[in-house]
Design a protein around this ligand. Structure first.
Ligand code: X2W
Length: 287
């Protein structure tokens, strides 16, 4: 039943919000937005549902979203169950032959299909794939000491364009193929950056579990240039887990991505706030 008595003001605000979104909806029609959805940003079923709704809404208003996911915590859990030891060197998992089998199983199987299902449950049409499918992401070994960890050397986004044309939402697991048939474990941020660059994406959204890039006083910086990022890194203000994110952002911009946003994926409707409101979210990085 339509109610026009109580709560009148809330409905008026809802309509105004939609109206105010018009210029943003127009700006992003046909845009390619790559969303890196990290394992730490995934949260519980309610948070997954909220993320999926945002992605489906993007697609509904004419954006071409691509989800590139991680799943580090889920890999850790499975390795622990199987009694396989695992360690990280500079943010990358040392990956032997036994580990890469588990990584592929968890990322391309469990995590990828959970996201696909969540998007489909919201009325979207998601297609799960990894860097192996359609020759999407070929890799070289990053460093012999890391084993089967790959650095993308060739990204062929044709399969993604076919999915856009069919109205589908690609959901990509960060697994790459080697030139000699190897399977490579690729850091999720690295994979998202390489795919965004190959697509010359309008936006790369790096969803994490922190609010953005912080300055020396601990305040989130809402807009930064690559030079500003380099200065904050030299000063040691950008440190730890933020370094791979900002490195990915710089490489993506260098590769032709228009802008990168580092934002908290657990915040409600983080992607919509960033794309479709004046407020924005997190830290926007552009040249
Ligand atoms: C990552 C891939 C998953 C990932 C790993 O094995 O954990 C490497 O470290 P998050 O959730 O985005 O951290 N690969 C080489 O990146 O997951």
């Amino acid at each position: 039943m339509r109610k026009q008595t109580a709560m009148n003001r809330d409905w008026i605000a809802t309509a105004r919000t939609l109206s105010e979104a018009l210029p943003y909806l127009q700006r992003y029609t046909g845009a390619i937005v790559v969303i890196k959805f990290g394992g730490h940003a995934m949260g519980d079923d309610a948070e997954m549902e909220s993320f999926a709704r945002d992605v489906v809404l993007m697609r509904q208003v004419g954006v071409n979203p691509v989800v590139v996911h991680g799943g580090g915590p889920m890999i850790n859990e499975m390795l622990a169950k199987l009694g396989v030891q695992s360690e990280f060197v500079r943010g990358k998992r040392v990956t032997d032959a036994a580990t890469v089998e588990v990584v592929e199983m968890v990322l391309s199987g469990r995590v990828n299909k959970r996201i696909v299902q969540a998007i489909n449950d919201q009325g979207g049409r998601a297609v799960g794939l990894s860097g192996k499918d359609g020759g999407l992401m070929l890799c070289d070994q990053t460093d012999a000491a890391l084993g089967f960890v790959g650095t993308p050397s060739e990204v062929n986004p044709r399969v993604l364009h076919s999915l856009f044309e069919a109205g589908m939402i690609p959901v990509v697991a960060p697994i790459g193929a080697g030139h000699a048939g190897e399977t490579f474990n690729v850091n999720g941020d690295t994979a998202a950056g390489a795919i965004a660059a190959a697509l010359k994406a309008d936006r790369l959204l790096l969803l994490t579990d922190v609010a953005g890039v912080k300055d020396a006083g601990g305040e989130v910086v809402t807009e930064l240039s690559p030079d500003h990022i380099r200065a904050l890194t030299e000063e040691g203000v950008i440190a730890g887990g933020m370094i791979p994110k900002t490195e990915t952002a710089l490489a993506a911009i260098e590769g032709g991505v228009r802008a990168v946003v580092i934002l908290d994926g657990r915040a409600p409707n983080a992607c919509l706030l960033e794309l479709f409101t004046d407020h924005g979210a997190g830290s926007l990085i552009r040249a």
